[in-house]
Write a protein that binds this ligand. Structure first.
Ligand code: NAD
Length: 486
């Protein structure tokens, strides 16, 4: 019922206090990038006063939620996870309609989000502290973890379910109420998830969703004095603004930002399998993934063969609407994103790169043919900036030292990959590469219980997923307990 409830909303509304609260401002339409005729409900273009109402609601709920025994908080998450499972197909279709990714990927995203949630619910039974020997006789000294406080969660459009769940799961397990501001493009999945939380028994006010523009709703939420911390996933530029805003009141941030991820191909028994790994990590979500491989750095001796194989693979990828089961690459999220990607390819060619993939026709709309640019050099714009589309750049090098220098010559530091038969080369790369995550002999697929994050322009604060996210959403307290006054 819950997802239908969102699709049948007659008036655009935020979800505050477990209730629909009609927006005060105008309506923002929500579009299906693959089908302009597909009518999705609009959402409010909310104002700062609606953010204030949501923060007030969360603040009212904070004490009771913090006092709820943590394993009971985990029970609510368990029920939520079951409900997400029961509604998985409806959620997947909604996600594909909102942002375009192939339905198989949306289904995979729901499965992945549920695994992350499974870990998060378990964290509610693992909020461990430590006992520390005291210098005072009979005294007990221990540490315990309590909730950080009311949290602001701001999410991007490329993972409409994983991004909110990755924040809500560990925040709720830790005892933090949340005000969630979803991306303008994908608010409906977030609203549907919030109604499922209500149905799972989450008390009023513990999660509130406010829709609207980042510059208004997001900025006001980040600057709000009652928000103890902000967990943000999105672009590096906005991450800078949020970090500065939150730092003014000594709040804390968890930032998951952009990437320019490099895969170094040193050697392999079967280059075809390397190409499979690179392609799936590069074109999933049409390349609109923070961990998408976007630079292939390859040893000169095997470069021609690798480029030939990648080009063949890219030229055969099917492009079209995500609801079509035969499609491998869906549309980009909107026309602006397509034009941005096209502009990058144009700049790459102007600066001397060579396109190896054919210039083939794609359906009308925000589609972009998977493209390989060879003979890219580290100074070119396409080697430096996050393209966020199905475009792979190839940079040729002579050895692992040069590969590491080229890979590290980046403002970003999210994920990296090395393919090598030689263990010493792989170990050297893993040691010297300056990224938050490094994968040896496979693509950039992460796991749902393992810390995930970046360095430099790719992230700040505790890594998300796994035990590190619990550290972000909790505060440490040291307790000195004497049985009687000394
Ligand atoms: P974005 O930064 O434009 O928007 C992200 C969110 O921030 C949206 O909800 C937006 O409304 C909000 N926002 C925009 N301006 C704001 C402001 N001034 N104050 C507060 N909030 C504001 O990013 P996007 O285009 O939605 O997403 C793509 C980016 O996200 C890419 O750079 C991608 O690499 C990154 N991303 C990173 C990860 C990661 O885990 N590292 C995961 C997914 C996406």
């Amino acid at each position: 019922m819950s997802i239908q409830e969102v699709l049948e909303l007659s008036d655009p509304a935020n979800f505050i206090d477990n209730r629909w609260q009609p927006g005060a401002g105008p309506t923002r339409p929500v579009r299906n990038p693959a089908d302009p005729a597909d009518l999705l409900p609009g959402v409010p273009d909310s104002t700062p006063s609606e953010v204030d109402a949501a923060v007030e609601s969360a603040t009212r709920a904070a004490r009771h939620w913090a006092a709820t025994p943590a394993p009971q908080r985990g029970d609510v998450l368990r029920r939520w996870n079951e409900l997400i499972g029961e509604h998985a197909e409806e959620l997947a279709v909604l996600m594909t309609r909102e942002m375009g990714k192939p339905l198989a990927e949306s289904r995979g995203e729901i499965g992945r989000a549920r695994l992350e949630l499974e870990y998060a619910m378990g964290e509610a039974t693992r909020l461990h502290g430590a006992t520390i020997p005291s210098r005072m006789p009979e005294q007990l000294v221990y540490t315990q973890r309590g909730p950080l406080g009311v949290v602001g969660a701001i999410t991007p459009w490329n993972f409409p379910a994983v991004a909110p769940i990755r924040k809500l799961g560990p925040a709720l397990a830790a005892g933090c109420p949340v005000v969630l501001k979803p991306a303008e493009e994908t608010p409906l999945t977030a609203l549907a998830l919030a109604t499922l939380l209500r149905d799972a028994g989450l008390p009023d006010g513990v999660v509130n969703v406010v829709c609207g523009r980042g510059s208004v709703v997001g900025a006001h939420l980040a600057a709000h004095p009652k928000i103890a911390g902000v967990s943000f996933t999105g672009s590096t530029t906005v991450g800078h603004e949020i970090a500065a805003s939150v730092a003014r009141r000594l709040g804390v941030v968890q930032l998951e930002l952009g990437g320019k991820n490099a895969a170094y191909v040193h050697s392999a028994d079967d280059l075809g399998r390397v190409v499979e790994q690179i392609t799936s990590a590069a074109v999933q979500t049409s390349g609109q993934r923070c961990t998408a491989i976007s630079r292939v750095i390859v040893q000169n001796e095997i470069a021609d063969e690798l480029v030939r194989l990648i080009t063949e693979k890219y030229a055969a990828l099917t492009v079209g609407p995500g609801l079509d089961a035969a499609i491998q690459v869906g549309p980009l999220v909107n026309e602006q994103q397509r034009d941005r990607v096209a502009d990058y390819v144009r700049k790459g060619l102007e600066q001397g790169a060579t396109r190896t993939t054919p210039n083939r026709a794609v359906p009308n709309g925000p589609y972009f043919a998977p493209t390989v640019l060879d003979h890219v050099t580290p100074d070119m714009v396409v080697a430096r900036e996050e393209i966020f589309g199905p475009v792979l750049t190839v940079l040729r090098v002579s050895d692992v030292d040069e590969a590491i220098t080229v890979a590290n010559d980046s403002d970003y530091g999210l994920a990296s990959v090395v393919f090598s038969r030689e263990i010493d080369v792989a170990m050297k790369f893993a040691r010297e590469i300056s990224t938050g995550m490094v994968h040896i002999n496979h693509g950039t697929i992460s796991q749902p219980h393992v810390p995930f994050g970046g360095v430099h322009g790719s992230g700040l604060g505790e890594f998300s997923i796994g035990h590190t996210s619990t550290e972000f959403f909790t505060r440490l307290k040291t307790v000195y307990l004497s049985p009687r006054i000394p």
